[in-house]
Design a protein around this ligand. Structure first.
Ligand code: WT7
Length: 630
């Protein structure tokens, strides 16, 4: 793998990647194993969009994650799994063991009638079998669609239907802190009225569950019937690798599609260079594999580099808020990658939970998912990184597939709350609202990307037009990120946050329209408007303004019912933090809700409401302010 080890080398690579992007990526791609070399490096346009990297190249990503390492790293640890409960034993897999487990499950999938191109839904807890199942899909050319275990049955059902999955892999239950999540029960509810060929169930807790004859099979029974030799399927570079659903500003969540060759090259390259991974290091990313961070930097990026990756089943605050520090000392973690919301929550529990731990194995720490505020940055850097570990603040998205803007650990200089400089191959630009490029430094604007990079989104599953509208139509010729950013005097980027109707709650993306649709399902609700507001731990919280048909007799009861409705339709992550009942919403004459005003009220910032003259009824604003419980 191509390794950048100095600032000069970064600058040289960056320059090369802009001047000769094809030659640049050609070279990086040759450090991987291809069954057949590509004919053209890149064929693209952002109009349709149509993006092809490594055209006609043939490969299997699992040969790069596993087989390729067997020669020198067969007995090297690929995976260390740490259970939810500290009294339970950890489990490890060497590269040879993981290779065998993946091959065996790949044969199991084939036995269940899964072929190249079929979609497989994985609704699983954070256990090694999730990673094994993903790689098994990739080995036989099936497309995995991992659905985060915190989503409700209804949300799971929609995702299974949208992707047309015929197979679901799950567990009897999942463990997170003191909670047991009845995953199989949720799968049963989600699939009650859809035709699923088989549900493969891993026994994690032993919770009694109902197995449906002819459809449900136990993981351990199924694997016992096949061997662990499985030739990898030859895939085209542009064959689909996975679908991952994410929320946008309008409508239902969309299935972001990533393809094989580009995703491999980009996650492998960025993992190595951002974290400056060195052979033998233990890398721990605390994300759930149900989000893109887990796909790129628990599964593919690390394994492509023959790294040792730590996977944790539980949560940072259970049984006590020192669980992460305990794990770091226990497994001698060298690189720790987590989210600002986790840092703020641990910070709130007090320094005394961190101080007793040595944390001397740590060399690099990282952050992802939302802007990291100064206070959290300083705390993380000082108490966890002991003022000596570089803190990489990595900006990217489900759609970008891998890290786009970040320091390279120990190489670039750090600025608290700045993601920093673009990685080689990434061409960020700031645009004004009219679409003009803002040149020069000390400027703020809408963050767009001007040129393709290998792991970029190819389409949204089954809805290519949506993909075009969402990302490529706002500013023709550019990929629009939905984020606002500032570029400082040194050209460093600071991500300000979303400029669209997406809320980032604890690093999870939630569309306001989705939450509104769920709230509106309540019998007594006429209309609602949802906005984000600053939340000390979650980054952003969810604030819902709700108009009822009949004034609620018991507002607490109605609030409770609305919360239950949202939990049932989307999942607990989308529950509003605050619900305010109102008689009207600030609308323009054309009927558009002025969310800018609702955001200000939710923040408690009501001194200057700006221009409200375009509102149909400006008095509605004062009424809402008067009724604001804050
Ligand atoms: C949105 C993407 C990328 C993995 C996790 C989230 C925000 C992400 C940062 C960061 C400031 C960040 C952006 C982005 N975001 N990382 N380092 N600094 N903001 O993936 O669910 O697709 O969300 O998360 O707003 O658009 P996602």
């Amino acid at each position: 793998m191509y390794y950048i080890n100095s600032l000069e080398e970064y600058e040289r690579s960056y320059k090369k990647s802009i001047e000769e992007p094809k030659q640049f990526w050609d070279y990086i791609a040759t450090t991987f194993y291809w069954r057949r070399k590509w004919e053209q490096t890149l064929v693209w346009n952002f109009e349709e969009p149509n993006i092809n990297w490594f055209v006609s190249g043939k490969l299997n990503i699992t040969e790069n994650c596993l087989d390729r390492h067997l020669k020198d790293h067969a007995n090297h640890l690929a995976l260390i799994w740490e259970p939810n409960n500290p009294n339970e034993n950890s489990i490890t897999y060497t590269y040879a063991e993981l290779h065998a487990a993946v091959s065996q499950f790949a044969n199991t999938l084939k036995r269940q009638g899964v072929y190249k191109g079929d979609r497989v839904c994985l609704y699983m807890p954070m256990i090694p079998e999730l990673l094994i199942a993903m790689l098994a899909c990739a080995r036989i050319g099936a497309v995995h669609s991992v659905v985060f275990g915190g989503f409700s049955a209804k949300a799971l059902r929609e995702r299974i239907l949208d992707a047309g999955c015929k197979i679901v892999v799950t567990a009897d239950a999942g463990l997170r802190g003191h909670r047991e999540i009845p995953m199989k029960e949720i799968v049963d509810e989600a699939t009650a009225d859809i035709d699923i060929r088989s549900v493969i169930v891993f026994k994690r807790t032993g919770k009694p569950i109902r197995m449906q004859a002819e459809r449900d099979v136990w993981w351990h029974d199924a694997i016992s019937q096949v061997d662990s030799v499985c030739e990898a399927e030859e895939m085209d570079a542009e064959d689909m690798l996975f679908i991952l659903y994410t929320s946008g500003s309008t409508g239902k969540p969309k299935g972001v599609v990533h393809t094989t060759g580009g995703f491999m090259v980009y996650t492998g390259y960025t993992f190595q260079n951002v974290f400056q991974y060195q052979s033998g290091d233990v890398f721990w990313c605390t994300a759930d594999i149900g989000w893109v961070t887990g796909h790129s930097y628990i599964v593919y990026g690390p394994l492509l580099n023959a790294a040792t990756v730590l996977m944790f089943e539980g949560i940072p605050t259970w049984p006590n808020p020192d669980r992460c520090w305990q794990i770091i000392d226990k497994h001698k973690v060298n690189i720790f990658y987590t989210a600002p919301t986790a840092i703020r929550s641990l910070m709130a529990h007090g320094d005394e939970w961190v101080v007793p731990y040595k944390l001397e194995s740590l060399r690099v720490i990282g952050s992802v998912g939302e802007p990291i505020n100064h206070e959290a940055w300083e705390w993380y850097h000082r108490l966890v990184g002991k003022n000596k570990c570089p803190l990489v603040d990595t900006w990217w998205q489900t759609e970008t597939g891998g890290i786009m803007i970040s320091a390279l650990a120990g190489i670039s200089s750090l600025k608290p709350s700045f993601a920093g400089l673009p990685l080689p191959g990434v061409q960020p630009v700031l645009l004004d609202t009219k679409g003009n490029v803002i040149e020069g430094n000390n400027e703020e604007g809408l963050l767009c990307i001007a040129f393709p990079w290998p792991a970029m989104i190819r389409t949204t599953y089954g809805e290519h037009e949506q993909c075009k509208q969402n990302y490529f139509a706002t500013f023709p010729g550019y990929y629009f990120t939905g984020d606002g950013a500032k570029r400082d005097e040194d050209g460093y980027y600071r991500i300000i946050g979303r400029v669209d109707d997406v809320i980032n709650v604890s690093g999870h993306r939630i569309g306001t329209a989705e939450v509104e649709d769920a709230i509106n399902e309540h019998d007594n609700v006429v209309e609602s408007a949802v906005v984000g507001f600053s939340h000390p731990i979650k980054g952003q919280g969810i604030y819902a303004y709700v108009i009822c048909n009949q004034p609620p007799a018991d507002t607490n009861q109605t609030r409770h019912e609305i919360n239950e409705m949202v939990t049932r339709i989307i999942g607990p992550i989308a529950r509003p933090d605050k619900i305010q009942f109102v008689n009207g919403l600030p609308k323009t004459r054309s009927g558009k809700i002025m969310r800018r005003i609702l955001r200000k009220i939710a923040e408690g910032d009501t001194k200057n409401m700006g221009d409200t003259s375009t509102l149909l009824d400006p008095s509605v604003v004062d009424t809402i302010i008067a009724g604001n419980p804050n």
